[in-house]
Design a protein. Structure first.
Length: 67
């Protein structure tokens, strides 16, 4: 992977980590306030997807380092 592609990937990871942090905050806020269970479930769903994408990006980063 060239330097420019790596910078894009790093920026994407940074953005996803920020999104994960915001989703965790939203989940906590909604849970504490006893909001709509559907909204709480949506935050859990979003967190799961963010974590899956981060895992995939980290795996591809490891594979790229081996190649």
């Amino acid at each position: 992977m060239n330097k420019h592609d790596q910078q894009r990937k790093d920026a994407l990871i940074k953005t996803l980590l920020k999104a994960k942090e915001q989703a965790e905050t939203a989940h906590l806020y909604l849970s504490v306030l006893g909001q709509d269970p559907e909204e709480i479930a949506d935050t859990i769903f979003a967190l799961e997807h963010i974590e899956i994408v981060l895992e995939q990006l980290n795996k591809s980063q490891l594979v790229g380092a081996i190649d």
